[in-house]
Write a protein that binds this ligand. Structure first.
Ligand code: MG
Length: 383
């Protein structure tokens, strides 16, 4: 059996000089014995997969409210697995730290509440004046405080670098407030997972949109990215002309390949253009080093604008998301009116942890799955 030091040496020998190494990790918030045969980031990944917030992703909305609209679409767990798969592929090809990338990708949506972005908007609205709500910062709360599995510390006690995945929207002061060094860029692994997330949801939302009948191929053909990708697919396999669903899936698959390929080529170009040759230089580089080429970035934005107009804001999709956006606010209000409706452990956090009752309720509601939120609405809010 190889011990941790030997395993890390073996893995690190194959990494790019710009990659994050487990042996260079800035460690965990609380003292913790490292296990004999797992690296720091491997252990982060295991802790994430075993936590309750991770299991609940299965019953949280990605775009469709799954319980109402069939079982074929993505939920937040399947989305998370797709992001992880894309991110690991890119990490391995660029010789970046695949263990860290896996942990980051598996954790990236842990802070999402029920009902997707409408749920986030609802919680942010009710929390105005009490610190607001943002799914990235909520992810940090989940892994730092809300998960309770260990006697010695709250949360999962993840490494600095895995926790850094939640800092995307933080300004320099915000970084300092959460214990991250100000004025530094995140490692390439962190930058990469953000883009893998975009690749996954852009392409898979198109597929879910087409299969559900909300989106139409004719509309997509107005987009250069779709048109060019479809032409390339049909050029190779003209038989797909007559196979609608297989055609959609083939175009989506090739689109992922195009985006992944462009991201890898552009990232290598930026590293070489900026003369970045070490992790320290990544940290001090003011420029985002992982990204798409300008040409593809524009086409990708057109696609995202299209998805916003015709998918996320489609009347049929909005009907349900808007309904649950309102109902989530009702649920929050029902707990605020009578906090004894919360499980006793949660109420105690006000005295034990110095949290406001508003924040405790927000944490509790954000932790709900779609279906649990529905039962709570039926119980406390249904007239
Ligand atoms: Mg995501």
């Amino acid at each position: 059996m190889r011990d941790r030091a030997e395993l890390e040496r073996h893995l690190e020998a194959a990494l790019s000089p710009c990659a994050m190494r487990a042996s260079d990790s800035r460690g965990r918030p609380h003292a913790d014995d490292e296990p004999p045969y797992r690296g720091v980031f491997q252990r982060d990944r295991d802790r994430i997969v075993h936590c309750a917030a991770f299991r609940r992703l299965e019953y949280k909305t990605q775009v469709f409210i799954s319980v109402l609209e069939g079982d074929h679409h993505r939920n937040r767990l399947t989305h998370t697995m797709e992001v992880t798969q894309i991110a690991r592929t890119i990490a391995r090809a660029l010789a970046l730290n695949e263990d860290l990338v896996e942990a980051l990708a598996l954790a990236h949506d842990l802070g999402h509440g029920p009902f997707g972005h409408s749920g986030e908007d609802a919680l942010n609205e009710v929390m105005q004046g009490h610190g607001g709500f943002n799914h990235n910062l909520q992810g940090l709360r989940v892994v730092d405080k809300l998960e309770r599995r260990y006697a010695d510390f709250p949360g999962l006690n993840l490494s600095y670098e895995t926790r850094e995945g939640f800092t995307k929207n933080l300004n320099p002061q915000g970084r300092a407030q959460y214990g991250f060094t100000q004025g530094e860029s995140p490692p390439l692994e962190v930058q990469l997972v953000g883009h893998a997330d975009e690749i996954a949801y852009d392409t898979h939302d198109i597929e879910d949109g087409l299969v559900s009948g909300v989106l139409h191929e004719d509309g997509l053909r107005d987009l250069a990215l779709w048109r060019e990708t479809e032409a390339a697919v049909l050029d190779e396999q003209p038989v797909l002309e007559a196979e609608q669903r297989l055609r959609w899936r083939s175009v989506v698959r090739r689109l992922i390949r195009t985006l992944v390929g462009d991201l890898m080529a552009e990232t290598e170009k930026r590293l070489s253009d900026s003369n970045v040759r070490s992790l320290a230089e990544v940290r001090t580089s003011p420029r985002e080093l992982v990204g798409f080429s300008l040409g593809l970035e524009f086409k990708k934005r057109d696609l995202e604008t299209f998805l916003h107009s015709y998918f996320y804001n489609h009347a049929g999709v909005r009907k349900h998301t808007a309904l649950w956006q309102e109902r989530l606010k009702d649920i929050y209000a029902a707990y605020l009116k009578d906090p004894s409706r919360l499980p006793p452990d949660h109420v105690k956090r006000v005295d034990k942890e110095g949290e406001t009752i508003e924040r405790v309720i927000c944490d509790y509601v954000a932790g709900m799955t779609d279906r649990f939120a529905e039962t709570q609405w039926e119980r406390y809010c249904k007239a």
